[in-house]
Design a protein around this ligand. Structure first.
Ligand code: ADP
Ligand code: MG
Length: 270
């Protein structure tokens, strides 16, 4: 994993006419939610998973979302990522109201602008690491040859140069999550949504995963939103958002909370 590798991946994308995240000093709002609500109805029971979430996230930020199980973190990701629609309220990506997009525009947003990483890795079991990484490129119209080169570069980027042809069952959890990061970057998104990416990993492996995400954020300006119970996030993120019972309880910059680590640790154990 080197800067050269990172540069090659993104330069190749630029040559191919792709848009790519540019590190920039200029901060603008990339994600905004306005009074976001989501109510699930199951078996006649209503669950108010989100109860009026207002937040603004700026380009290039690394945001940690902290909150106990059931507080609404995954629901918030699903709304922001356009995987599900809110019961009411609005999500703006680059100041475009996601609800106003046509089906094709929404598919473009999900495919090209936003990458996803999940706690369970969500690999396709019968595909090799390389095939898992290149699968989303086919949806974006990237040629097979280009996909293969870019897929290999992305696997190299996450430290898996020697695992191109391994299947998920032949890899550790940490390796699978590295493949998942490479896959999330397949179409060079500007936003990465990471839903408890270290939840299934031991401390050391989790830390390595967070450091890869941190590099993508710092070196390439990818905006990262990462939910976690994990206080190891503290020294990597720019801001923390605490969510509880479907509402934002608190937003703070990292430097405002580092002295409170032990308190946070107790509060966020789920
Ligand atoms: P978190 O990711 O913070 O653990 P979730 O967003 O998954 O929380 O869940 C928030 C609440 O919404 C929980 O009470 C959960 O049981 C409920 N919930 C989530 N998804 C569904 C669903 N598809 N149908 C019904 N209830 C759901
Ligand atoms: Mg969740």
């Amino acid at each position: 994993m080197s800067n050269d590798t990172l540069n090659t991946v993104f330069l190749d994308a630029a040559t191919a006419g792709e848009t790519r995240p540019e590190p920039s000093d200029e901060k603008r709002i990339i994600i905004r939610t306005v009074n976001l609500r989501k109510t699930y109805l199951k078996g006649g029971i209503e669950t108010h998973a989100l109860r009026g979430v207002n937040c603004e996230i700026y380009t290039g930020e690394f945001i940690a979302i902290m909150g106990p199980s059931g507080s609404g973190k995954t629901t918030l990701f699903n709304m922001v990522g356009g995987l599900d629609s809110p019961s009411s309220g609005r999500v703006f990506i680059d100041e475009v109201d996601v609800a106003q997009l046509t089906a094709i525009e929404l598919a473009f947003l999900r495919c090209r602008k936003i990458g996803y990483i999940f706690q369970q890795f969500n690999m396709i079991q019968y595909m090799t690491a390389l095939e898992n990484v290149t699968a989303p490129m086919a949806f974006a119209g990237v040629s097979p040859d280009e996909s293969r080169v870019r897929g290999m570069q992305l696997l190299d980027l996450v430290g898996l140069k020697d695992r191109w042809f391994h299947r998920p069952i032949e890899m550790s959890g940490g390796q699978q999550q590295r493949v998942a990061i490479a896959r999330s970057m397949a179409n060079l998104p500007t936003i990465l949504l990471c839903d408890e990416p270290t939840g299934n990993l031991d401390l050391k492996t989790g830390r390595e995963i967070l450091e890869i995400l941190c590099r993508l954020n710092k070196e390439r300006g990818v905006t990262i939103i990462c939910s976690t119970h994990d206080t190891r996030m503290l020294d990597l993120c720019d801001r923390l958002i605490w969510i509880r019972d479907g509402q934002i309880e608190r937003v703070a910059r990292r430097d405002e909370v580092t002295i409170e680590v032990s308190t946070i640790n107790n509060e966020t154990e789920a």
